[in-house]
Unconditional design. Structure first.
Lengths: 163, 186
């Protein structure tokens, strides 16, 4: 490879050529790698952008860089808030506030008299399931906030200015 | 010839509010930035957009440039990362018509054989993983030093050396395999 890159001294080059004559395997390998070298050298040229490249960049300088909709501070506050809400719900849940197996939801009929007897509507519901659902949604929201407002901008900044 | 010190003084002026001076830096590095983006994206329009975006990002983050490396090296890293993120976002499309056209010309047997080999090397390039392919392509551009390639790709110098060596070996093997296969189909 150093021979192809032209990194050999004249003396090293001469002895490599001698070795090529004596070693057909080495010659074969060189024949395989030589076109690769030629191809890459041929492709290795500087490409030039369009003529108005600089002008377009200069016009773009006044535009503000794209930021996420939520600021870092606001996102962090929301993230903490959602975590706090989930924690409170979990504490309430573990202390047995929502332990009643079925709490009927009673909806009384708006008009009740001797002539019309509308039975009140009883919808059974489990408070525990609803609270669990709310906690689950809250945690999902917290993860989205963590990604959008903290992690993504952090990695974006790291990728753009890697020092 | 402009020294890094001259460049730092240009940067100081830009940071002091002279935005127009930035065009000097853009003019100086636009071809390098565009070449890096083009090697990654393999599409001129996208490469141009990525390179422009990189210059704009570099301008906005100029205050964070810590001057421990050359401005060019810092810029190339931004271009590299921007082009990589463009590549991730863009979906693979159809081959552009201008590159898909197969040219016909009167060529000698020797020329034909040489051109075929070049075509097969191009095919063999696809067998490399993206990092190796980029490392070897950037290494062959004389304007970029091995150190710059390593820094731009965010990799250790020795790792880049190994990658380039391995890529050339692999390309040689792949070319050999393709040529054997071609010979069998004749």
């Amino acid at each position: 490879m150093r021979y192809l890159d032209g990194d050999l001294t004249p003396h090293e080059q001469e002895s490599f050529k001698q070795e090529l004559l004596a070693n057909p395997q080495l010659q074969k390998r060189l024949d395989e790698v030589q076109p690769v070298h030629t191809y890459l050298k041929g492709k290795a040229r500087l490409e030039h952008p369009s003529k108005n490249f600089t002008q377009k960049v200069m016009e773009g300088l006044s535009s503000t860089p794209i930021r996420t909709a939520l600021s870092y501070k606001r996102g962090l506050l929301l993230f903490v808030g959602t975590l706090l809400a989930s924690a409170i719900a979990l504490v309430l849940l573990s202390s047995g506030v929502f332990d009643a197996p079925t709490t009927p939801l009673v909806v009384d009929a708006p008009i009740q008299n001797e002539l019309i007897n509308v039975p009140s509507l009883r919808i059974p519901f489990n408070g525990k399931i609803i609270v669990n659902g709310i906690i689950f949604l809250n945690l999902g929201l917290a993860l989205i906030l963590l990604d959008r407002t903290i992690l993504r901008p952090l990695f974006q900044r790291r990728a753009e200015v890697g020092y | 010839m402009i020294t890094p010190q001259d460049e730092y003084s240009l940067i100081d002026k830009i940071l002091a509010g002279d935005q127009q001076i930035y065009s000097q830096l853009v003019d100086r590095y636009k071809s390098y930035a565009f070449t890096i983006a083009f090697k990654i994206l393999e599409n001129r329009a996208e490469a141009e957009e990525a390179a422009q975006d990189s210059f704009i990002k570099a301008y906005h983050y100029l205050r964070k440039f810590n001057r421990q490396s050359k401005f060019s090296t810092w810029l190339y890293r931004i271009v590299f990362n921007t082009a990589i993120s463009y590549k991730r976002k863009s979906k693979p499309g159809f081959q552009r018509i201008e590159t898909a056209i197969v040219e016909y010309s009167e060529r000698s047997d020797k020329q034909l054989e040489r051109d075929d080999k070049q075509l097969f090397v191009g095919k063999a390039m696809n067998s490399l993983n993206e990092t190796d392919r980029l490392a070897i392509q950037l290494f062959y551009i004389q304007e970029f030093s091995l150190e710059e390639v390593a820094e731009m790709m965010g990799q250790n110098l020795n790792t880049i050396k190994v990658r380039i060596h391995r890529a050339r070996q692999r390309l040689g093997d792949e070319l050999n395999r393709i040529l054997k296969q071609e010979a069998l189909t004749l």
